[in-house]
Design a protein around this ligand. Sequence first.
Ligand code: ACO
Length: 311
Amino acid sequence: QIRSLERQFDERIARDEKIEPKDWMPEKYRKTHIRQMSQHAHSEIVGMLPEGNWITRAPSLRRKVALLAKVQDEAGHGLYLYSATETLGISRDEMYEQLHTGKAKYSSIFNYPTVTWADMGAVGWLVDGAAIINQVPLCNTSYGPYARAMIRVCKEESFHQRQGFEIMMKLANGSPEQKELAQDALNRWWWPSLMMLGPTDAESVHTEQSMKWKLKRKSNDDLRQQFIDQTVPQAELIGLTIPDPDLKWNEERGSYDFGDINWDEFWQVVKGHGPCNKERMKARIGAWEEGEWIRDAAMAHAEKKQERKQK
Ligand code: ACO
C-alpha cells in the first residue's frame, strides 16, 4: 500500500504537479519541508532586527518610510511562511519553541551587526539580492503553499533590493566620506552574503534529496555563482570594489572565479557563536515573553465573546 502511494507521489513530482496539504506525502518530505520552511520564517522574523536598529536614525523621512515598509514586509513574510508551515501539521507555538530553544536555525546573515547607515544599503542590496536569487526558484517548488507564498515574497524582495542599491548608489556618488562608508559596508557584508547561500554542494547534506523532491531547484553553489555574476557589475557601476583579490572574469566559463570562503566562520555563526547570535535570541525571547499578557488578553476576550454568543 505505502509503496504504491510512494510511487504515485513520485510520479506527481515528476509531472511537476503541486503537492497540497491534504495530499499523501512521505513523512520525510513533510519533515524536510517543516525544517526548511520554518527556518525560512524564523529568518524573516529575526531579519527584522538588524534593520529595525536604524529606523529611528534614518537620515530622511523618505528613507525612514521605505525602511519601515521593508521591515514590515519582513514581518508579513514571516507570518505567511509560518501559516504555510502550519499546513504540514506543526503549530506556531511549536515553531517558536524550536527557535527560542535553539533547535531550529535561522539564517547566519542576521547575526552580523549593522553599525552604520550604509549597512542599510548593503543589507538591501546584497542580503536581499542573495535572498531573491535563492527564492525565485522556490516559486516553482513542489509544495503548493510554499510555492504560492514565494511569489508575493519575491515581488516584495525585489523592492527591498532596489531600495538598498539606491542607498549604496547615493552614498557611492556622495562625498569621499560617504563613499568610504559604502565601501566599508560592502567589505563587511560581501563574504557573509556569499555564505548565506549555504555550504558548498559537497558539504550540503540536504541538497540531493531536496532536489529530487523539487523542493530545491538549484544547488547552493549554483546560486552563489549566479549571485556573484549578477552583483559584480552592479558594484562596478557605482564605483565600489568587491573585497576579493582573487575575483576574476573567466572567459571560458562565462562566470567569475572567486576566492576561498571562510567556512570556519560560517559554521561558527551557524552554531551560535557569531557576533550577534546572543543579542538576536535575547530580543526574540524577550518579545515573546513581554507579549504574553496581550496573547492572554486576546484569548480571554475571545472566550467571553464565545460565551455571550452561547447564552
Ligand atoms: N544559515 C544558517 N544555517 C544554514 C545556512 C545559513 N545561511 N545555510 C545552510 N544552513 C544549515 C541548514 O539549515 C542545514 O542545517 P539543518 O539540517 O539543521 O537544517 C545545514 O546548514 C546544511 O545545509 P544544507 O544541506 O545546504 O541545507 P538546505 O538544503 O536546507 O539549504 C538553504 C540551505 C539554501 C538556506 C535552504 O534551506 C533554503 O533555500 N532555504 C529557504 C530560504 C531561506 O531560508 N532564506 C533565509 C534568508 S533570506 C531572508 O530571510 C531575507
